[in-house]
Ligand binder design. Sequence first.
Ligand code: AMP
Length: 380
Amino acid sequence: MSFKNLGLSASLETAVQTQGYENAYPIQEKAIPAIITGKDLLGIAQTGSGKTASYVLPILHRLQHLSEEENRALHTLVLVPTRELAEQVRAVFQDYIVNIPERIKSVAVYGGVAINPQMQALRNVNVLIATPGRLLELQASNAVSFKTLQTLVLDEADKMLNLGFQEEMDRIFALLPKKRQNLLFSATLSEDVERINRLILTNPEVIKIEAKKDTIELIKQSGYFVSEERKGPLLRYIIKNNDLQQVLVFTSSSYKADNVADKLRKNGIDAAAMHGKKSMKARKDALRKFRNGGLRVLVATDLLSRGIDIEFLPHVINYELPRSPKDYIHRIGRTGRAESPGDAISLITPEELHHFKVIQKKMKTYVEMEKSDDLELGGF
Ligand code: AMP
């Protein structure tokens, strides 16, 4: 459906054209009109569904229709789980803000960097994107007031809850004006997300977008049976033997990510780890290098995978499986493209086999497995 029929202002329609978007994605088609009318919303959708623009556009539309004075106040708070997502969401707001006549200020705040510049940046902010912990710190220092807040967005609510932000989120809810619009986005509808849904949403519009199956079908998925001890050498064998470049490797913990990256480097493969325990600068540098082709292997945890906004990745290797099938789809989903299908390789120990079968069943796909016992991994 064209963006023309969704009720957006003429300047936002033009701003959308500037992005080169021709048609609204399904989530945008449903969410934009609902949010414009002020309804609460529950969006079950993954990254890649177009969910960010589905709330950014109607929020800006509502901001455009406020008086000058109201405009200057804090109107929207977007809570996100990670610094990367905070920056990404702000970038999407800015993409449109620079193309509309109204002066709207958006700011992203998150932990791991100095707080003072953020305090200063908050003056006259209209749209604040924040991770929960840093937001509470800023509120405790009186750097932000929620008196005028009209809209709350929880983006990737499931990730926020998985990361243990529940208590902070509850504290934030208690600080906000009771009467407000609430928009809740999550890749999955877990029990914890349901609790938040019941807690804050009133008669919401519910939108559920299934993960794009067609891109998943394009990806060549394969797996190796391997013992835990031989995983490292097998990983290096696969990379060296196939001369793979730009490889994204997933592990389930920060510790493991560091460990795998270390061993790759020791064996002459340029690699870096990216996870929640790395400084913002280290993460940004690693990502930039990886994106530009200056780093051969990036080893990441699932948490960080959402911040890796690389359009097309040829190779994803699951050194360890993610807990949820949704995360598996998310990990490999960034490889497939019509013109150049990517591949996703999973290294599966006997202990992981049952779980891998569950993932395949959920995805309704069958992954061809190879034995690795006979491979000579001595030199790797
Ligand atoms: P998101 O799910 O918000 O992370 O968006 C996924 C990607 O889709 C982003 O790179 C957007 O720039 C892009 N995108 C969002 N909406 C559209 C659209 N209507 N047409 C084309 N691309 C879009």
